[in-house]
Design a protein. Structure first.
Length: 79
């Protein structure tokens, strides 16, 4: 059985145009998603603090691409 592939038309956007469109899309999604997510994170932080007063977040070291270390903040939960 011979394997076949389907050719798809290439989108010919100039690099600057593509970057501008992608940036606008990213900012639009962020402006829509950020307010509800901030509210949700505030509620989670309040619930964690009410359960056990103390720091709500903790910092953890992770290893990323190329073995580069970076810090990530996480909610202090055991869920």
């Amino acid at each position: 059985m011979e394997l076949r592939y389907i050719e798809t038309p290439q989108v010919r956007l100039y690099k600057k145009e593509y970057q501008l469109i992608k940036r606008a899309f990213d900012l639009t999604i962020c402006m829509i998603a950020l307010p509800p997510l901030l509210l949700l994170m505030g509620v989670i932080a309040l619930l964690i603090y009410m359960d056990d007063p103390g720091p709500v977040l903790f910092k953890q070291q992770r290893t990323g691409k190329g073995g580069k270390r970076f810090g990530i903040y996480k909610f202090r939960t055991m869920v």
